[in-house]
Every structure is written in structure tokens, then in C-alpha cells.
Design a protein around this ligand. Sequence first.
Ligand code: ACO
Length: 334
Amino acid sequence: MEKVYAAFRSIGAYVPQKILTNADFEKMVDTSDEWIVKRTGIKKRHIAADDESTSDMAAKAAKIAIERAGLSVEDIDLVVMATVTPDYFNMPSTACLVSDKLGIKNVQAFDLSAACSGFVYALTVAKAFIESGMKKNVLVIGAEKFSSIVDYTDRTTSILFGDGAGAAVISATTNRDEAFVDIHASADGSYWDFLITPSPGSVNPASHTAIDEGLQFVKMKGNETFKLAVKTLTKDVKEILKNNNIEAGEIPHFVPHQANYRIIKAVGDSLGMREDQVVLTVHKYGNTSAASIPMAINDIYEEGRLQSGELMLLDTFGGGLTWASALIPFAPNK
Ligand code: ACO
């Protein structure tokens, strides 16, 4: 039987309308536009409406991705949804809600929790299902309503995060040129408390005390996370390039997770990347966690900068701690 590979067919994204600028934060907490830009590169972020859920945003991004793949919802045979801000803790899964909103019926659908690394983690799942012959067209989504777990009185976390969604269709192909070149994901659970929402969960079930203590909000050891992110990502991307005999200069699109401009710059510089190779959206979307990489890919697609066959180097780092990197050609249906 002919070998089957996974191909990255299409991309779509949704960005909510409301915008929070650094000037807005100056009125909310003790901060300044100068501090935020200098330390993070962020100028604004988009925030979902009160009645707009993670699954609403995800369904909009997914619809575009399915259309751009030239497929219909009937063709999708697996939905993998990366999010740490699901519509409901803990059921139903947001993947089931998105499937319902799109009219995808009787198809396996599940959520995947890997924080900011979620989208690339989900790509590893899509690849495995496709290469094993179990599925043909996998809808991979990264979507977050991070504003639902942000404490807007905490200046150390609130200024970082935004909302949004991105989606891709990954399909089976027998054309080796379209195949994922390489992808891998990893984790080190000993850093579990670097990024955490302590409640609700089995350790701290929902309670008045938990709410009074603000345990429903994201907490981050920012500086420690920053240092580990730079170290881990630099090592990880160097390894994936070396293992595949690819020079950094050959990569048309380096699409890093958009958490902090200084992390992206440090990793890009250590690889000797030119500015035109590095995809940057952190200034306008902030950190959208699992949605960050597909939203960034969608940006270059819509700007006409992503051409068929061009290689993308993805890298990401997030709560868990988790990290992942990938070398994937853009392979739209001709
Ligand atoms: N405005 C003004 N001052 C601030 C602000 C703010 N918004 N936030 C923090 N400060 C202050 C701190 O209180 C501290 O003051 P002190 O020196 O008097 O104690 C000072 O600025 C320095 O704080 P640091 O935390 O050391 O600042 P740092 O340079 O590390 O920047 C940041 C903080 C932006 C959070 C950075 O550490 C970072 O980006 N971390 C990594 C984030 C990341 O990659 N996360 C992983 C992905 S996210 C996910 O998985 C969901």
C-alpha cells in the first residue's frame, strides 16, 4: 500500500472586534505604554464580547479553513481542539460544541490541553491519525478566550493576553513533497506551577473561598518562564533544523509563539534569522495562547506572503510546561 503523509492544506482565523490598547491599561492598573512595549512588544490585543465564547470564535475560524481547503463539513473526520479556556470546565468538550456549530455530525471530536503549545501539539495528533490511516481530513483548532481567566487588576499578567481563534485542515496525501517534514512536542511537568489557574479543578473545586482568593485567574512566574522559554526554544529549534539538514537562512517563514517580542528576538537572533523571515503579530494580538500560531499563519496567508510549497518553522512554549516545534510546508489543494 502507498505510504500516506499529512499535508497542511489551509488556514483560517477569527479576531474579535473589541480592542484593549496599552493606553486602556494605563487607566486600569499601575503600568505604562512604554513599559509594556519595551518589556513585551505588545501594543494592543483583541478581546471577545461578553456573549462570545471560545467555541463561537473557533467555529468562525474553522469554517474559513474548511472552505479554503476546498472541502465541506462532511469531509472532516476528526476535530482536535486546543484550548485552555474551554466554554465549560470540564464537559462538554469545546470540540463537541464547535462540531455542533459547524454541522459536523458523528465524528470523533476532543479537546487537547497544552496551553500555548496546544496548536502544535494538535498537529502532532493530526499527523499520527492520518499516517496511521485512521483519518483523512483533520480539523485542527487553537482558540482562546483568555480574557475569561485574566485578573484585570493584576498588571503582571493582564497586559499580556488577548482572545482569538485559528484553524487548519490537515489532510492525507501520497505526495511526499506536501508532507510535514518534522514535528515534535515535549513537556516537563516539574514546572507545573509556573503557569497555572488554580481553580476550578479537583485540587480546588469551585467555592466561595476560591473565588474570594482569585484562584480562577491565571498566575504566572513570568521571569522564570521567560528564561526557560528562551533556553528551551533556542535548543529545540536548533535541533529540528540540524536533524533535517536545513539551514535557518533557508526558512521563508519562522512562525514562533507570540508571547513576548524579546523571546522571539532572542531565539531568532540565536538562529541568525533575518527580520523578513520572522512572523510577528504580538504587537497587535498579544499572547493568544493556543490561537497564536494559527492566527500568525493566517496573517501571512491573507497578506499574500505564504505561497504553496513554502516551509514554515513553528515553535512554541507554554504552561505545563510544554513546548513543540515543527517544519511544515504549506500545501494547499491545487
Ligand atoms: N507595568 C509596569 N511594571 C510592571 C508590570 C506592568 N504591566 N508588570 C510587572 N511590572 C514590574 C514588576 O512588578 C517588577 O517590579 P519590581 O522590580 O519592583 O519587583 C518589574 O516590573 C520587573 O518584573 P519582571 O517580572 O522581572 O519583568 P520581566 O522583564 O520578566 O517581564 C513578563 C515580565 C513580560 C511577564 C516576562 O517575564 C514574560 O514575557 N514572561 C514569559 C511569558 C511566557 O512566555 N509565557 C509562556 C506562554 S503563556 C501560556 O502558556 C498561556
